[in-house]
Ligand binder design. Structure first.
Ligand code: GLN
Length: 498
């Protein structure tokens, strides 16, 4: 299963399969997401759904929250019922069906489309991320670099999606944009099917299969839950949407955090783990904490930083005004240009046995991201004086956010794949992906405190976010001095004992 031959930029050939599958999946995901709020708030004449901005924002938040929450059952299904390879395949098919449903110009099927995309992503996303790690032996130094490459694929997909689906959706018709997302996912599926041999038998079977007599019951329960969700959504739709977005987000944030702790605790106490597996789980817990705080800040990109670009940034170059939305692409563009550099950096440090621990890298990533908000603190002070600031303030912030992301996000994926017990690989990735959910919801709640009409508050808010996050980063960096040892427990005992 573990090819050592240089198949894809010096990595196992299976990485190419997963790189392109995830690239197309992300193309469809981010392409659809770019249109989602625009479509929901567009008037009936514009062929939109004519939802209020509050309702659209609530649905958007709940949708993105649900997408990553569903990684938990998705990971469980791979570990216990289907194995990663097949779960990814069915997930992709369900995602494609979701986009096809959205492409049908009928408002009644809108929520069905969202449910399908979210469920399919829950099946695909954690398992494909876990499978990348299974291409490498535990001690292979290429793992981090492999994840850096894979992360580049994610962002190429994101640029493709926002560009292609955005173009079709805004210029030809919403449903054409959703259709383009379906085509993207279809290309990804065809590619996956044709090159699946590259994966060998990695995650071909469930790592910890359910006893045969319980399998059928498990499927029945899954089916019943699906029917219940469909019914509840249908009923909510009939009564129109009357949820208060902020209250809903607060409840969901608490519920998801509790679920995260409960699931983590369950694996820790009930997973029949060995001592070193438990230590590694602690190291993973710290990574999840870093990830949650990271995305809570980072995801301001779409909200408060987006508003800053629109209202307080001098976007005129001669007669040309840079659209505010262009700033949204800076992150992906920086990722694509910087990823090869980071991939090489991790490989080189690994060869010299100087790899910083996962926990330290994540702490550093968090601190670098937070320093981006320090830049915003200064920029916001000029804005508070009534000036429009130069674009390079935001460019610098996005640059720092991206460097932080590359120290944390692909690294954390790699860490999850390496540190979690194999029989929980999918579920642990599902738990980790839940930190995306929690981070995104917190970020929305944080951004709610930014009032574009009360600009004098803005510098302090940015300063608070920055200092608070830097504080967390420093604490995690200090703990990492100890957790560094936990991360490599298994291997040490292997080499230490003859
Ligand atoms: N951009 C990354 C991905 O799509 C992380 C997403 C997130 O919100 N954390 O995988």
């Amino acid at each position: 299963t573990h090819q050592t031959s240089g198949g894809f930029f010096g990595h196992p050939k299976g990485l190419s399969t997963l790189f392109f599958t995830e690239m197309w999946e992300r193309m469809s995901y981010y392409g659809m997401r770019a249109l989602l709020v625009l479509f929901m708030t567009a008037s009936l004449q514009e062929e939109g759904l004519a939802f209020t901005v509050a309702a659209a924002a609530a649905i958007y938040g709940l949708y993105t929250g649900a997408v990553y929450f569903l990684g938990l059952p998705g990971g469980w299904i791979a570990d216990r019922l289907l194995g990663g390879q097949r779960t990814i395949w069915y997930g992709g098919i369900i995602i494609m069906c979701g986009h096809i449903v959205l492409a049908i110009p009928s408002d009644n099927t809108f929520f069905l489309g969202l449910i399908l995309v979210a469920s399919g992503t829950g099946l695909l996303k954690p398992n494909i991320s876990a499978l990348v790690g299974h291409l490498y032996q535990p001690e292979d130094v290429r793992r981090d670099s492999g994840y850096a490459l894979y992360y580049m694929g994610i962002n190429i997909g994101s640029v493709l999606g926002s560009t292609i689906c955005g173009y079709f959706g805004e210029n030809i018709g919403w449903h054409w944009g959703f259709g383009a997302a379906a085509v993207g996912m279809a290309i990804g599926l065809i590619q996956y099917r044709r090159t699946i041999g590259n994966l060998g038998d990695a995650s071909l079977k469930p790592e910890n299969p359910m006893p045969a007599d319980k399998t059928r019951l498990a499927w029945r329960i899954i089916g019943a839950v699906l029917v219940a969700v469909a019914l509840i959504t249908g009923l909510t739709m009939q009564g129109a949407i009357t949820i208060d977005p902020v209250t809903a987000a607060q409840y969901v944030a608490v519920a998801f955090t509790l679920t995260f702790l409960a699931y983590f605790g369950f694996i820790y106490f009930r997973g029949k783990l060995s001592g070193s597996e438990k230590r590694k789980l602690w190291a993973l817990f710290l990574i999840c904490v870093a990830s949650t705080f990271f995305w809570s800040g980072f995801e301001q990109a779409g909200s408060s930083l987006n508003l800053f670009a629109r209202d307080y940034t001098d976007r005129l170059i001669g007669a040309f005004e840079i659209p505010a939305t262009w700033f949204q692409n800076l992150n992906s563009l920086f990722i694509i240009t910087l990823s090869p550099f980071f991939a090489a950096l991790w490989i080189n440090l690994g060869k010299r046995m100087m790899t910083p621990s996962y926990n330290l890298k994540c702490a550093i990533g968090l601190i670098i991201m937070a320093s981006g908000f320090l830049v915003m603190f200064f920029a916001a002070q000029y804005a508070a004086e009534g000036l429009k600031v130069a674009p390079y303030w935001l460019v610098t912030t996005y640059f720092l956010h991206t460097v932080g992301e590359l120290c944390l996000s692909p690294v954390a994926l790699s860490a999850v794949s390496k540190l979690s017990p194999r029989r929980f690989a999918g579920q642990m990735m599902g738990v980790f992906v839940l930190t995306y959910s929690i981070g995104n919801i917190f970020s929305g709640l944080l951004a709610g405190h930014f009032d574009p009409n009360n600009i004098s508050e803005m510098p302090n808010l940015y300063l608070q976010i920055s200092l608070f996050t830097i504080g967390i980063g420093i604490i995690l960096a200090l703990i990492s001095l100890k957790s560094k040892h936990w991360e490599s427990l298994g291997e040490e005992s292997q080499t230490a004992q003859p």
